[in-house]
Every structure is written in structure tokens, then in C-alpha cells.
Design a protein around this ligand. Structure first.
Ligand code: ATP
Ligand code: MG
Length: 607
């Protein structure tokens, strides 16, 4: 897999250059990507194509009514014939209208369905990708790709077939007109040449502008995402003006490119849809009038000829529009393809084992793992955890503690070695069922927008209100719940009004409610002050007693109670044992404890 690109660590120009460099998508490749999306709608497409073909055929008829009128009915003063022909013309016109509405409805239906399919695929892809890939992408980029690119590509895909029919129509009309009058071919071709050149030019220039514009849109939307999610830090650092300027300049870039794009399009449309067709039509008119004047053609015969030649413009216009769309969409297609083609690092095997229950019998066997650009962050780790016991992982910052936990959650697969849970290699497990039977408490609990009940139900969607009250009582939030005006239905407003301790207790409640077999806690108390920490830790010990607990912490006094303590230094598990044994060894753990106590004394002295 290609290394994921980190947009924010490059300048925008660099990123743009790279974007252009790895997306030299050929039309054929794009088509191969687009066609399979049509597959589920083959039957509808056949129907719609039949409607289109019959419309195409019927469209040849109406001009002949005029010929008939001018050359037969009118010169013979045959009123009977006049009204019959008129009636037929009206009937045919109405029928064509009906066909057209049906066709357009079906096309729209297919278009919306394809857009829906692409969106769902994109969403699924975001969920499939591992943390590693997602971390490397700004959020705004993801949102834009799901929203803008999928609609654009959907719109283009459904137009492939109608546009192809337009080409057929163009060829048929052209062949017929050339057959009737070869000189006309020369006239039409003469006008097709500048048309094609213009077309080619606009496609090339436009595509570049479009790539820039979409890229700038992503950058702009990323700033909005950031503003919305980090406004507190922006405010407290007094960076509002700077952030505003950043957003302003990115939004202005989008606006400028939009203007530029429009100006090019206006000239392009003027030339290809007005100027060239007008000139062509005038020339053709004069040519026919001359033939009529010199008696080489009847007046009636000019009607179909002029109508067909006029209709030659219509497919051209449609083809031009489509091409324009394709040109714009190429960039979107490239980006969608690039995104959908990223293979997730972590995937379930087809015969993955579904876990009914997790006891928490864990074994790390010779596990190593590297981070891009950092080399080995875990090196040959061997650790066994007995079910129902507590294991603390300690070590200096950056020593790989969180990475070890990430492997246990299968956010990544180990590079060498394996992680076993209840005797199964994690790679053989059905990830969702496994994760549902264990629980995680992070350093900071993420509070979703919405009610208290829903925040806790995230751990068990079908939990009853009574269950919710019980766990809240267990984690020590009983009195707090009593005091809430809306009780369980209290809107937590993404956690803005909660203390750090309350957040952690909500996190513990969320973990507890699913009755997990194993609990993984990564620095669950490091954001808390001394007394709060002690009481939250006590809560953790009581509510999860009897379960397998993996506790990452750098607060060594919380580790001291653990059945076993693993000491990680620079990615290597240097010691495993209980508090007493490790202290008695007088090595890494003893040094950490000594250092920790000195720090605690200093803190006390300062206080
Ligand atoms: N997403 C990432 N991309 C690249 N390197 C990473 C990433 N996450 C962690 N690392 C690196 O991997 C190493 C181990 O990180 P890890 O988070 O496991 O340490 P830790 O022991 O949990 O540290 P702390 O006590 O500070 O939480 C560090 O050198 C860190 O810089
Ligand atoms: Mg960590």
C-alpha cells in the first residue's frame, strides 16, 4: 500500500503537485471504474435505452410533415390532408412528450440510486479503514469526498448511456444528410474542426482549474471542521484572528477559482453552443435557399434538411456538456478511486470466529510493531495475562504502552508475532463481536452530542433505563443523576458542562453496561487530580472486580495493586512481576518508582 499522504505537513502547493502527479487517470481506466456502478440497474437501463432509441427514431419524422404540407397538401389545396397531417403531428408530439417524461424519470431514478450507492460505499470505506490511514487525512477531506465527489461521479455515470446514444444520433443524422447532399458534409466538417480544438483546450485547462478548486474546497472545509471542533482552544490562545484569516484566504481562493472557471465556461459555451452553430446554420440556410432559388430542391425538402442539420447541434451540445462534466468529474473520479482503493490494513477473515464471550486469557507472543517513520515501537514483547487478573503496563512516555493496547484492540495487526485472546489469534476473530465483548476506557472519555442515556447506551444499545440507573449508581454518579433536571434525558451538550471526573465516570459506566469480559484502561485517571483520581480508581477496582483488567498508567501507586506489572522501556518489555518482586529486583521498575516518588514529593513541597 502506498504511504497515506499527510496534507497538512506539506505546503498546499506541494500537496497539489502530488495530487496531480498520482492522478493521471486515463479515460479508459475511469470508465472501467464507472461501469460497474451501473450493473444493478441493467434492466432499468435497457428500458430507458429503448425509450431513448424510439425517441431518437421518432425525432426523424416530424420534419416530413412540413415537407408533406409544403409540397403536397398546400399546393393541391387539399384541406382534408392538411388537418389529418396536423392531427398526426400533434399526436406524435404528445406521444414523444410522454416517452420523454418517462425516460427522464427513469434516468433521474438511476442517478439518485447510483449517488446513494457511492455514498454508502464511501461511508463503509471510512469505517473499514484503520486508524493509521484515517489519522493521516484531514476530516474536511473525508466529508468533501463523501458529499461532493460521490454526487458528481454519480451524475456522470448515469449520463454515459444517453450520451453514447447522442453520438449514435449524431452519426445517423450526419450520414443521412451526407447521403442526400455530400457538399453539406464538407460544411459541417469545416465547422467541426474549430469546435473540436476548442473542446480539447477547455478540457485541459478546465481540469487543472478544477483540481485546484476542489483541493482548495477541501482545505477550506477542513478549517471549518477545525473551527467547530476546537473553538475553545482557538479562543483561549487568542488565535481567532489568525484562524479567521486562514479560513478567509482559503475561501477566497475557492471563490477566485470559481470565477475563473465560470469565465472559461462562458466563452467556451458561447463559442461552441452559439457562435459556431449560428455560423454553420446561416451558411447551410444560404446554401439551401440558393438551391431552392435555382430549382435544385423543393421548398418542402428544405424542412427536413434544415431540421436535421439543426438537430446536429443538439447532440453536439449534449456531448459537449457531458464532456464538460466528465472533465470536471475526472478529478472527482480520480479522488474517489484513490480513496476506495486504499486497502484497509485490518480485515476480518472470511471464516473469522465469532466470540460469544471473552474471558480475557491474553498472550502476546513475540510481538513487534513499527510506526511509519519511527521504526520499531514494540520489539519482541512476550506477556501472558490470566483471566480475572489485573495487569498494569507502566513505562516512560513514548515507550509503547498505548501501542500495545492498540494491538489488543486490533487497531493494527502486529508486524511479527501474534496476539492471542482465549486461545484465538486476534487475526482469526470476527472483530466486531470481539470488540463488543470487551470494553475500553481512555484517558479522556468522548461525550457524544445527545442525552446522558444515549451516551451510556453506546456500550449496550438495548439497555433499559433501570440498567442505566444501576450502572450510574455503581460508578458513583447516583447523586449527580438525582440532581439533573432531566435525569437520564439530560442533554450533555457534548460534555461541555461536565467535570473531568464526571466524564471518566460516564466512560466507566459506558464500559460497564455491556458486562465485558475484559476491560482495557489507558491512563483512565491521568486527567484527574489526586483525590478524584483515588476515588475513580477505587470505583474502577470495585465495578470491574473479577474481570480481566489491562491498565496502562504512569501513576505508579495505582499500578502497585495489580496482580502483575509489565514494564515497557523503548518498546521492550524489560520486566514482569508484582510490585514487591519488581521492587526487590531493584532495576527498571524500582528506578521508575524512585523517580515517581521524587516527583510526588516535589509536587507536595510546591503545594
Ligand atoms: N499515530 C502514530 N504515528 C506515528 N508514530 C506514533 C503514532 N502513535 C504513536 N507513535 C509513536 O510510537 C511510539 C510509542 O507511542 P505510544 O503512544 O505507544 O507511547 P506511550 O507509551 O503510550 O506514551 P504515553 O505514556 O506518552 O502515552 C512513540 O514514539 C510515538 O511517538
Ligand atoms: Mg499512551
Amino acid at each position: 500500500m502506498r504511504e497515506p499522504r499527510k496534507l497538512f505537513t506539506m505546503t498546499e502547493e506541494e500537496a497539489l503537485a502530488q495530487d496531480a502527479a498520482d492522478s493521471s487517470l486515463g479515460a479508459w481506466e475511469a470508465l472501467k471504474f464507472c461501469l460497474p456502478w451501473l450493473k444493478p440497474y441493467v434492466r432499468k437501463l435497457i428500458l430507458v435505452t429503448m425509450a431513448d432509441i424510439s425517441l431518437l427514431g421518432l425525432a426523424f419524422i416530424p420534419p416530413w410533415f412540413t415537407t408533406f404540407m409544403l409540397d403536397s397538401a398546400l399546393p393541391n389545396k387539399d384541406w382534408d390532408l392538411v388537418w389529418r397531417v396536423a392531427l398526426m403531428a400533434v399526436g406524435l408530439g404528445l406521444w414523444m412528450q410522454v416517452l420523454q417524461v418517462a425516460r427522464d424519470y427513469l434516468y433521474l431514478y438511476i442517478e439518485l440510486k447510483i449517488q446513494l450507492d457511492i455514498r454508502n460505499r464511501m461511508y463503509r470505506q471510512i469505517q473499514r479503514l484503520s486508524m493509521r490511514t484515517l489519522d493521516a487525512r484531514p476530516v474536511g477531506q473525508m466529508v468533501d469526498r463523501v458529499l461532493i465527489d460521490s454526487d458528481r461521479v454519480g451524475h456522470t455515470i448515469y449520463r454515459i448511456i444517453p450520451t453514447f446514444l447522442m453520438v449514435v444520433q449524431f452519426a445517423l443524422l450526419f450520414a443521412y444528410v451526407s447521403y442526400i447532399d455530400p457538399l453539406i458534409t464538407a460544411i459541417v466538417v469545416a465547422f467541426l474542426v474549430p469546435w473540436t480544438i476548442l473542446f480539447h483546450w477547455v478540457t485541459t485547462v478546465g481540469r487543472e482549474i478544477d483540481r485546484r478548486r476542489l483541493f482548495c474546497c477541501e482545505m477550506r472545509d477542513a478549517t471549518i471542521q477545525q473551527a467547530a471542533s476546537s473553538f475553545a482552544i482557538t479562543k483561549t490562545f487568542g488565535r481567532e484572528q489568525h484562524e479567521r484569516f486562514k479560513h478567509g484566504s482559503r475561501a477566497t481562493a475557492v471563490q477566485r477559482l470559481g470565477n475563473q472557471n465560470y469565465l472559461i465556461l462562458v466563452w467556451f459555451e458561447f463559442a461552441t453552443q452559439r457562435l459556431i452553430p449560428y455560423l454553420k446554420t446561416t451558411t447551410v440556410y444560404l446554401y439551401f435557399m440558393r438551391k431552392v432559388v435555382f430549382g435544385e430542391m423543393t421548398l418542402g425538402m428544405t424542412a427536413p434538411m434544415i431540421a436535421y442539420l439543426g438537430r446536429l447541434n443538439f447532440p453536439l451540445e449534449r456531448i459537449a456538456n457531458f464532456y464538460n462534466w466528465v472533465r470536471q468529474t475526472m478529478v472527482s473520479t480520480e479522488r474517489l478511486m484513490a480513496f476506495l482503493r486504499v486497502e484497509p490494513d485490518v480485515v476480518d477473515r472470511p471464516d473469522a470466529v465469532r466470540m460469544q464471550e471473552v474471558r480475557g486469557d491474553v498472550a502476546f507472543e513475540n510481538v513487534s510493531f513499527s510506526r511509519p517513520g519511527r521504526g520499531r515501537v514494540l520489539d519482541g514483547v512476550n506477556l501472558t495475562i490470566a483471566p480475572g487478573t489485573t495487569t498494569a503496563i507502566v513505562g516512560p512516555s513514548g515507550s509503547g504502552k498505548s501501542t500495545l493496547v492498540a494491538l489488543l484492540l486490533r487497531l493494527h495487526d502486529p508486524e511479527t508475532g501474534r496476539v492471542l485472546v482465549d486461545g484465538h489469534d486476534l487475526r482469526d476473530l470476527h472483530l466486531d463481536t470481539y470488540l463488543r465483548r470487551i470494553a475500553v476506557v481512555q484517558q479522556e472519555t468522548f461525550i457524544f452530542g445527545g442525552t446522558l442515556a444515549n451516551n451510556i447506551r453506546f456500550g449496550k444499545p438495548d439497555a433499559t433505563d433501570d440498567e442505566l440507573r444501576t450502572v450510574l449508581e455503581q460508578v458513583g454518579l447516583g447523586p449527580w443523576l438525582e440532581a439533573l433536571p432531566d435525569g437520564l434525558d439530560q442533554d450533555l451538550k457534548s460534555g461541555h458542562g461536565l467535570s473531568a471526573g464526571q466524564r471518566q465516570r460516564i466512560g466507566i459506566a459506558r464500559a460497564l453496561i455491556g458486562d465485558p469480559g475484559m476491560v482495557i484502561l489507558d491512563e483512565p485517571t491521568s486527567a484527574l487530580d489526586g483525590p478524584t483520581e483515588a476515588s475513580v480508581m477505587a470505583t474502577i477496582e470495585t465495578v470491574f472486580s473479577g474481570k480481566t483488567i489491562v491498565l496502562v498508567t504512569h501513576r505508579l501507586h495505582t499500578a502497585a495493586h495489580a496482580n502483575q506489572i509489565g514494564v515497557l522501556v523503548g518498546g521492550v518489555l524489560v520486566e514482569v512481576g508484582n510490585h514487591q518482586a519488581l521492587l526487590a529486583r531493584g532495576e527498571a521498575y524500582a528506578r521508575l518508582v524512585a523517580e515517581y516518588e521524587r516527583g510526588a514529593e516535589r509536587e507536595e513541597a510546591a503545594a
